[in-house]
Design a binder for this molecule. Structure first.
Ligand SMILES: Nc1ncnc2c1ncn2[C@@H]1O[C@H](COP(=O)(O)OP(=O)(O)OP(=O)(O)O)[C@@H](O)[C@H]1O
Length: 228
């Protein structure tokens, strides 16, 4: 495992959003974090990154990271792709990438994974399709070497064909770097995820293989409230 949470709690505005959650993230492939709307998935990612005030134990590569400042966590190898596709709409693809680049950016990797970005370097990011913007968002993080990526709902609001493109992109990314993925689209989860963690009412309600979870219709319905 690369990341471990033990008894992590978060209170926001007096509400006990995460109530002592524990789970591990595998050192390779994709671990998917699931749960109904508002259950605390984004808050979990924010707690890992030091962006939400958490108590409990957080261990990254065997070292405690509880209470560490966000910039230190990023320096030590945590990458974050937030839900809102943080691209600068008025800047070109090349400019977006240049702004994200730290020491020794790996443009070759980004262009190998997402050739479309190389073809559209001089196009403004705002005029890219939703899927292309998501690839730019992932590309901006992948320019710099990370040991674990936290990716929040990358397929949200995308058309079905584009969802598949982003899923393929994530699959390629996960061959290079492990990913903790928040994803609501169960077809994407089925395609990508080896391990699943389900949150419910601020707690971990289930952990196991995504295939097992999605293969059990009544479990999926009771945990996620959806049939499939
Ligand atoms: N800064 C905040 N102050 C107060 N409450 C908050 C704050 N941020 C989030 N919350 C609440 O915490 C709960 C969990 O939110 P969070 O965004 O983590 O859920 P989520 O599982 O990612 O939801 P979704 O699937 O809808 O994106 C929600 O009820 C939300 O309203």
């Amino acid at each position: 495992m690369i990341l471990s949470l033990k008894d992590v709690s978060v209170r926001l505005s007096g509400l006990h959003i995460l109530q002592g959650i524990s789970f591990d993230v595998a050192a390779s492939g994709i671990t998917v974090l699931l749960g109904r709307n508002g259950v605390g998935k984004t808050t979990t990612l924010r707690a890992i990154l030091g962006l939400a005030p958490a108590t409990g134990s957080l261990t990254f590569e065997g070292q405690s990271i509880a209470g560490q400042r966000t910039h230190r966590l990023v320096q030590s190898g945590l990458g974050y792709v937030p839900e809102d596709r943080c691209v600068f709409a008025g800047l070109t693809v090349a400019e977006n990438l240049r702004l994200a680049a730290l020491r020794e950016p790996n443009y070759d990797l980004v262009f190998e994974l997402f050739p479309v970005l190389k073809q559209r370097l001089s196009q403004t990011a705002g005029s890219l399709s939703g899927g292309q913007q998501q690839m730019l968002s992932l590309g901006r993080v992948l320019l710099n070497s990370h040991k674990l990526l936290l990716v929040d709902e990358p397929t949200k609001g995308l058309a079905p064909k584009v969802v598949t493109e982003v899923a393929v992109a994530l699959e390629l990314v996960s061959q290079r770097v492990p990913v903790l993925l928040v994803e609501q689209n169960l077809a994407v989860v089925r395609r990508l995820a080896a391990d699943a963690v389900v949150l419910a009412s601020g707690r971990v309600a289930w952990t196991g293989s995504a295939t097992t979870l999605l293969g059990d219709a009544s479990l999926t319905k009771s945990l996620l409230g959806v049939g499939h």
